[in-house]
Design a protein around this ligand. Structure first.
Ligand code: SAH
Ligand code: SF4
Ligand code: F3S
Length: 438
């Protein structure tokens, strides 16, 4: 049996897409290889959000090329956002790539790999116009009890730093009936937690006569689904109906990942985020008033073109004022073809480095304080498996999405009660209570 190996770069969309790539390859009769060097078909599912993933892809591609020289006949397939961004040049830049596809053209992979015996269609690339939901493909899920559910593809925002609209295209929503049918099927397969995925989930449904609030209610109605998560909501489209749905739907978790990007209204404007510092803070207050115990996490960029020391201090202030439970912090990375990459007042690497260090220090201190506040409480934890650091402990996540390492006896997929005894900036630790929560 021929074997494949998939390496995934980037965000949850790519994690979802990789599960579909695996499902598709298994349907074609391939098995999964434990490592890239044992695979006959090497798939690299790429990201191009910043320069770093591009560099990591280049390194992986180097290994794949070496392997091809040693084992001729190995097929290298490159998919995802970097492939889409470089579609005109990919085969010239990397002559060892056999076939390539974008995030919307995964379904073609089977044909290109020679299903039907025509042999590998070298140099094939799907076009953006043929875009289809990856959700239509079979899935090989990493976890039996958790699943990604794609609700939309593409993005209609025009954030001036961001490459995503150029590579994932215009936003298109999946029909609510299709989403719900998938969630129902997942529930019968034993899935207890779903994460709804879209670049801007709050704008879901406008093109198919639905809304994100309606979708949350419908998913909440599916028996067996005990936790609903979603990512990412754009603050500009976070309306009252969605806040109300979060409060009303028992399965929707008390967590919102709400990308801030900057705390300076001036920078937010240049980023074309279409909200101000004040509006963001108002939204946070509304969310907290409606959903007690809500966890808030965020994405922040430092060193956007023209960001002054004062702008940056405003970001630090907002981070303190909101009190995020966690944050992904990024150094601005110019992306070819985006509006911000052409702005004249780029910030020096030295200043960017200084700012990211100061921001990380604040974010970690605040998150550690927030987590310390959980010590002494009892949390409902969905067990994921053994702890990554101490294998004799178990690991899982709370409804607020914090990782917990704990002593106990439970199988992956079980919901248990854990008494929290200590905390760091990113994790909690404790012991399982004798009686399971569910
Ligand atoms: N659609 C999601 C974000 C996807 S990209 C949303 O809007 O919430 C994930 C994060 O990467 C963004 O929130 C942003 O903080 C960061 N990012 C995007 N482009 C970037 C760039 N050019 N440089 C640095 N960080 C960037
Ligand atoms: Fe990028 Fe903005 Fe769309 Fe998010 S909302 S994917 S940051 S353009
Ligand atoms: Fe995700 Fe990277 Fe594409 S963050 S949408 S895989 S550019």
């Amino acid at each position: 049996m021929k074997r494949y190996h998939v390496t995934t770069f980037g965000c949850q969309m790519n994690a979802h897409d990789s599960e579909r790539i695996k499902g598709l390859l298994e349907e074609l009769g391939l098995g999964e290889a434990p490592s890239q060097d044992q695979a006959d078909v090497i798939v690299l599912n790429t990201c191009t959000i910043r320069e770093k993933p591009d560099t990591r892809f280049a390194a992986h591609m180097g290994n794949a090329a070496k392997q091809k020289r040693e084992r001729p006949g190995t097929v290298v397939a490159v998919g995802g956002c970097y492939a889409e961004a470089q579609r005109e040049r990919l085969f010239a830049l990397y002559p060892d790539v056999d076939v390539a596809f974008g995030p919307g053209t995964i379904s073609h992979l089977g044909a290109w790999l020679g299903a039907g015996g025509e042999g590998v269609a070298r140099g094939a690339f799907g076009t953006g116009e043929e875009r289809a939901f990856a959700a239509g493909l079979p899935a090989h899920r990493e976890r039996r009890f958790q699943a990604w559910v794609q609700v939309s593809m593409g993005c209609n925002s025009v954030c001036s730093y961001c490459i995503v609209p150029a590579v994932r295209g215009r936003e298109t929503s999946r029909r609510p009936g299709e989403v719900i049918a998938e969630v129902e099927r997942l529930a019968t397969e034993g899935v207890r937690e779903v994460t709804l995925l879209g670049q801007n989930v709050n704008s879901y449904g406008r093109d198919v006569g639905s809304s994100f609030a309606e979708l949350l209610h419908a998913v909440d109605g599916v028996a067996g689904i005990e936790r609903i998560r979603f990512t990412s909501p754009h603050p500009k489209d976070f309306r009252r109906d969605v806040i109300a749905a979060m409060a009303e739907c028992a399965a929707v978790c008390e967590h919102a990942h709400l990308p801030l990007q900057s705390g300076s209204s001036r920078v937010l404007k240049a980023m074309r985020r279409t909200y101000s510092r004040e509006r963001y803070l108002r939204l946070v207050a509304e969310l907290r008033a409606s959903i007690p115990d809500l966890a808030l996490t965020t994405d922040i960029i430092v060193g956007f073109p023209g960001e002054t020391e004062n702008d940056f201090r405003e970001t630090l202030e907002v981070a303190e004022e909101v009190g995020f439970d966690g944050a992904f912090t990024f150094v601005y990375s110019p992306r070819a073809g985006t509006e911000a990459a052409a702005m004249p007042n780029q910030v020096s690497d030295e200043v960017k480095r200084d700012r990211i260090e100061r921001l990380v220090a604040v974010v970690q201190r605040v998150a550690a304080e927030r987590n310390a506040g959980r010590v002494g409480s009892v949390e409902e934890v969905l067990v994921e498996g053994p702890s990554r650091t101490e294998p004799e402990l178990l690991r899982g996540r709370t409804r607020r999405n914090t990782t917990v390492n704990f002593s106990g006896d439970a199988a992956p997929g079980e919901l248990v009660s854990v008494s929290i005894a200590s905390a760091t900036s990113t994790t909690l630790a404790g012991a399982q209570l004798a009686l399971a929560a569910a």
